[in-house]
Ligand binder design. Structure first.
Ligand code: ZN
Ligand code: ZN
Length: 272
């Protein structure tokens, strides 16, 4: 499988116990052409303080030495970051990115009003529509506050857990109900040359489509968006590059020909 998986966690993330070395060995075994580590940095994460802090120095040293040891012309290892966005953290994030070298930065919204839609309390007193609309409007608010990112992570993240909370029928996203809130986000990233991430971590949650859904990816294409990144959001070796072949076929069906891999924060096109 000649793909590049650009969203992957290791024991540097608060929610993964897999040493980065094991992720590398498994990715190589599966024949990938490369991987990019994107461990979590979610500062001021109120649901579980310091769970997603990241030791940036140790991360840098460890990944650099693994690159030396394992990287070959046919298997590239990159060092990225999944940055948890929050409007109040813009200045801190700016300073972190200016002091550290990353190949790739995914901007993700995991926290809304200090709650993570991963946990049920986010949905208290909200209809599915309210829960989802609040999420998308916060994504826009976050991007307006800070958008020095390369790709926007799992845009409909809230649906991944909303489906679990409300049940498959009630929690299913109706694109038409939410199209306005989603389109302004798509418009924003297109205008600012930020890629849209297609995240296949959704399949672990019994979803049959990536995050965001094909309908959203299709709308992005109709609006002129052509910059996609591809990641399985694996937290262990089992789900590296999960469902990539199937998803790539669907993306080609929508009209995409390529996806992007960022090196030193510059996009390099690869065929789907
Ligand atoms: Zn995430
Ligand atoms: Zn992730």
């Amino acid at each position: 499988m000649d793909y590049f998986d650009c969203h992957m966690h290791s024991s540097f993330s608060g929610d993964s116990e897999t040493p980065p070395k094991e992720m590398i060995e498994e990715a190589k075994r599966r024949g990938l052409s490369g991987i990019c580590f994107t461990d979590h940095l979610d500062l001021d994460y109120k649901p579980s303080p310091h769970l997603f802090d990241l030791d940036l120095e140790r991360y840098e040293t460890t990944i650099r030495s693994l690159i030396k040891e394992y990287s070959t012309p046919g298997f590239i290892i990159l060092k990225g970051l999944e940055l948890g966005l929050k409007p109040t953290l813009s200045a801190t994030h700016r300073s972190i990115l200016s002091k550290n070298d990353f190949d790739f930065v995914i901007g993700s919204v995991h926290v809304i009003d200090d709650m993570d839609p991963y946990y049920p309390e986010y949905y208290d007193f909200k209809t599915p529509l309210e829960a989802y609309e609040r999420y998308f409007s916060c994504v826009l608010e976050n991007l307006k506050a800070f958008h020095d990112i390369d790709s926007l992570g799992h845009l409909d993240y809230v649906c991944r857990y909303g489906m679990r909370h409300y049940g498959k029928n009630e929690g299913a996203l109706s694109f038409d109900d939410l199209s306005e809130s989603i389109e302004v986000v798509l418009q924003f990233i297109i205008k600012n040359d930020i890629a849209l991430e297609v995240n296949t971590g959704s399949f672990r949650y019994d979803m049959t489509e990536p995050n965001p859904s094909y309908r959203i990816v299709q709308r992005y294409h109709e609006m002129g968006g052509r910059m996609l990144t591809l990641g399985a959001d694996a937290h262990d070796t089992k789900t590296i590059a999960d469902h990539f072949e199937e998803v790539a076929e669907r993306l080609k069906g929508i009209g995409f020909k390529s996806y992007l891999v960022y090196e030193k924060r510059r996009p390099v096109e690869r065929p789907l």
